[in-house]
Write a protein that binds this ligand. Structure first.
Ligand code: ATP
Ligand code: LTN
Length: 328
């Protein structure tokens, strides 16, 4: 059995990109693998936010994890900062990382915009992510394809440390990138990915959106003036993105969908997509409402942190021994 680890930041509302690119794989994998799913709150403070808001967002994401079908009997679900070793290992890895490789990270370059005042946390973000993964002797990391570079860095760090401090120090993980749904694009602008932080709220569909918001977002989605449903990422990126979403929820492949809507206009296709989304998201919303304010939610997270900590402690003992750190 493989160990699987992944995390999502407690920022904003989880959207279709997060769901199709990441969460859905989390649920699938728990049937066959040993899964550890984290709410990465320390990553979230790379952009400062009010404490109360962060606390609420942590619980929002935890409730969503459970609402989409992550089962705490099968998977460990916990909050990153509840296990102190993440920060500890992050420092140890920092000392084996190069400023050059960190400055080449696309996400850092995009978010820091080359400014002197770019937060150091943004720069160190991928090292903390590597610590998250390596702490659990992870074999597989299911993520959206925008995280490829960070996974590569994690592998580089693991291999580098193993070479210097002993081959048994870290397990070298693999990324798992889902094909369809690997990258869901913004509904208003199909050239940039659907994102939590985009200003236009109609650029994304959030898992907890009301049916009226889902409808508005889909009906407004940018298409083109070709006027025919084709799967053509280059010339019709808007409609192609919608076909990808349709495909991910119905398990029909894109060509089947294109054939089905031969001769139809965008309106008919969009209306059907609204129905598919509304039907699929309703049960998630119901389950979320039930669990979000329950005591069960906090007790699941506490139990998850204990189980995660037990694994993390063992890894830290081994890592510290190999590095010659500490005397206990
Ligand atoms: P932001 O846009 O604010 O940077 P985000 O929407 O990318 O945030 P994250 O918390 O960084 O959200 O990502 C959580 C998971 O969702 C990651 O595995 C990421 O790869 C995946 N993901 C995010 N956006 C998309 C997308 N548009 N398509 C597919 N997967 C995505
Ligand atoms: N950077 C990731 C979130 C993340 C993560 C991780 C994902 C932090 N630590 C460990 C997988 C494994 C993102 O999706 N933005």
């Amino acid at each position: 059995m493989n160990r699987v680890f992944s995390g999502i930041q407690p920022t904003g509302n989880i959207h279709l990109g997060n769901y199709l690119g990441a969460l859905r794989q989390f649920v699938e994998l728990q049937e066959t693998e040993e899964c550890v799913y984290c709410i990465v709150d320390m990553h979230a403070i790379t952009v400062p936010k009010p404490a109360e808001q962060l606390r609420e967002s942590i619980l929002d994401v935890a409730a969503l994890y459970l609402a989409v079908g992550i089962d705490p009997e099968k998977s460990i679900v916990f909050v990153q900062s509840d296990v102190g070793s993440h920060a500890e290992l992050s420092w140890i890895l920092t000392c084996s990382s190069y400023t050059g490789e960190l400055s080449r990270m696309t996400q850092y370059k995009q978010k820091s915009k080359n400014q002197e005042s770019a937060p150091t946390g943004l720069f160190m973000y991928p090292v903390l992510m590597a610590a998250d993964i390596l702490l659990y002797d992870t074999n597989v990391v299911p993520v959206g394809d925008d995280q490829k570079q960070h996974i590569e860095l994690t592998r580089d760090l693991a291999i580098r440390v193993n070479g210097k401090y002993g081959e048994d120090t870290f397990v070298v993980p693999e990324g798992r990138f889902m094909k369809s749904g690997a990258r869901i694009m913004g509904l208003d602008d199909p050239t940039s990915k659907m994102s939590k932080s985009a200003e236009n709220e109609y650029s994304r569909i959030q898992l907890l959106d009301a049916p009226s918001k889902i409808k508005k977002s889909v009906m407004r989605a940018t298409t083109d003036n070709v006027g025919a449903i084709n799967y053509d990422p280059e010339n019709q990126p808007g409609i192609t993105n919608l076909i990808n979403i349709y495909s991910a929820f119905t398990d029909h492949d894109p060509q089947e969908i294109v054939a089905k809507y031969q001769g139809e206009g965008y309106g008919t296709f969009k209306k059907d997509l609204v129905e598919i989304l509304t039907d699929n998201l309703a049960p998630i919303r119901e389950k979320y409402e039930k669990i979000r304010h329950s005591d069960e939610l906090t007790s699941i997270l506490k139990d998850g942190a204990q189980r995660a900590d037990a694994i993390a402690q063992k890894t830290m003992e081994r890592v510290k021994k190999n590095f010659g750190l500490g005397i206990r």
